[in-house]
Every structure is written in structure tokens, then in C-alpha cells.
Ligand binder design. Structure first.
Ligand code: FE2
Length: 121
């Protein structure tokens, strides 16, 4: 059994049918200045937030250009069903260009990933 992280691009069949409501959507500026904070917004869904079916975790990673080992875990948010919606906002700063990857976890539909490039100018 493989360890799976689903993404919309590679998904087929029943998995593809869940991509739209599970793959994280990342809003972030394309270009940023080194060391200056910027906003990263992540949302998953629309997705239920009930005890039976919910997004329990959103993790944000940064893969930095030129670094020997990637990624860096920059945020890990646990979400309680019923009380929260899978929408988070972060202030982030980076020194070098790279890619933000977000992984979301649904208790019924597993792990989903998406990425967004950040260019430091
Ligand atoms: Fe789900």
C-alpha cells in the first residue's frame, strides 16, 4: 500500500471527483520582497465541518531555492469540526524564492496537496 497524497492534476475516477472540494486553494502574492511579511490565505472546499466529515488539519510548507533539504514546515493548524471552517490566513516572510505547498487532511478523503510559487525580488 502506497502512502498517497492526492492532487487535482494526477487524480482520476472517484478521487478526481473529490479534488474540487479537497485540494487547498492558496492565495499569495506572486512576487514579494525579502524579509517583508505578506499574507497567505488557504481555503479548502466548500467542505463539510461536522463530526462525521471534516478537514482536521492544514499544513503549510516552504521549499526554498538553493536549500539542501526541503521543505520547511511553516505552519500546522488543527481544526475542530463544527467550530471551524477550513479557511486560514497567515503572515509569512521569506528570504529566498521558493514554493509554498499546502496539505489538507479530510477524515474521510485523505491528504490533498497544492502548491504556489513565490518569487523574491
Ligand atoms: Fe472530505
Amino acid at each position: 500500500m502506497e502512502f498517497e497524497i492526492y492532487s487535482g492534476e494526477k487524480a482520476t475516477g472517484i478521487i478526481a471527483s473529490k479534488a474540487k472540494t479537497h485540494q487547498p486553494v492558496i492565495e499569495a502574492p506572486e512576487k514579494v520582497k525579502a524579509g517583508e511579511p505578506f499574507e497567505v490565505k488557504v481555503r479548502v472546499g466548500p467542505h463539510p465541518s461536522t463530526k462525521e466529515h471534516y478537514i482536521g488539519k492544514i499544513e503549510v510548507y516552504y521549499s526554498e531555492a538553493g536549500r539542501d533539504f526541503n521543505p520547511i514546515l511553516i505552519a500546522s493548524i488543527s481544526l475542530a469540526p463544527e467550530y471551524t471552517e477550513p479557511v486560514v490566513s497567515l503572515r509569512v516572510r521569506v528570504e529566498k524564492s521558493g514554493v509554498i505547498h499546502v496539505i489538507s487532511y479530510c477524515n474521510l478523503h485523505g491528504l490533498w496537496i497544492s502548491g504556489r510559487e513565490i518569487r523574491v525580488e
